[in-house]
Write a protein that binds this ligand. Structure first.
Ligand code: ZN
Length: 220
């Protein structure tokens, strides 16, 4: 289980969670134009050649196969696992519906299978929904040979109504080796794309350079 890489050098990891729940999927079917794939973020990262790591739910991959293909095709992007349907893996986790403990291992294994079908830079990194985990959840996932990655810089971008607090939260906490937690789910993190250029500028001002998560965890 890791929160960040070694505190040396100047590398930091931008990580984007791609949540998808049954409730979100229902909302998409009901509301025309509701999108949980923030293409403005991907456009910006690609345009500026910025490395990033995406923690994908299996359900998001099923919803956005073309976007997943685009992420996998970019050698500056790494792919990681954020469960199949973004259920809580502990009793109390931001009101998320809880997965039965006996289903945890299969849920995460299935998600690795879904994501790995796209190729590209695959990893065995895994992030719990809401970063909620306990000993039972960690034990259930141990056979999968994964690395649990929480992150030490929580941007607080879900449900943000302005971009400035996201930028401030990131730049106040970030240090060499940091793992920054952001979301690529447009409809419930609608300010992240506006925050991103300011985050990138602030990192550059501090002499910090975005890098792949595997690079940050390996070398700092
Ligand atoms: Zn999430």
């Amino acid at each position: 289980m890791v929160d960040h890489g070694p505190r040396r050098g100047n590398k930091v990891a931008l990580t984007f969670d791609a949540d998808m729940t049954d409730a979100m999927r229902r909302q998409m079917r009901g509301g025309a134009g509701t999108s949980y794939a923030n293409l403005k973020i991907i456009d910006r990262l690609e345009r500026d050649g910025v490395p990033a790591t995406f923690f994908l739910t299996g359900m998001w991959v099923e919803q956005y196969p073309d976007v997943t293909r685009r992420l996998a095709a970019n050698p500056r992007f790494e792919l990681a696992n954020h469960t199949y349907g973004h259920h809580a893996f502990t009793a109390d986790c931001y009101g998320l519906p809880r997965i039965a403990p006996r289903k945890m291992t299969a849920d995460v294994a299935r998600t690795f299978d879904l994501v790995s079908a796209y190729g590209g830079r695959q990893t065995r990194y895994f992030r719990f929904p809401g970063l909620c985990h306990d000993r039972a959840a960690l034990t259930a996932l141990a056979p999968l040979g994964l690395t649990v990655v929480d992150g030490d810089v929580v941007s607080g971008d879900p449900f943000a109504t302005a971009w400035q607090p996201i930028v401030r939260a990131v730049l106040d906490q970030v240090r060499p080796g940091s793992v920054i937690v952001l979301h690529v789910t447009e409809a419930n993190a609608p300010m992240t794309d506006e925050a991103l250029p300011h985050i990138l500028a602030g990192l550059a001002e501090r002499g910090l350079e975005p890098a792949l998560l595997s690079e940050v965890l390996a070398t700092g």
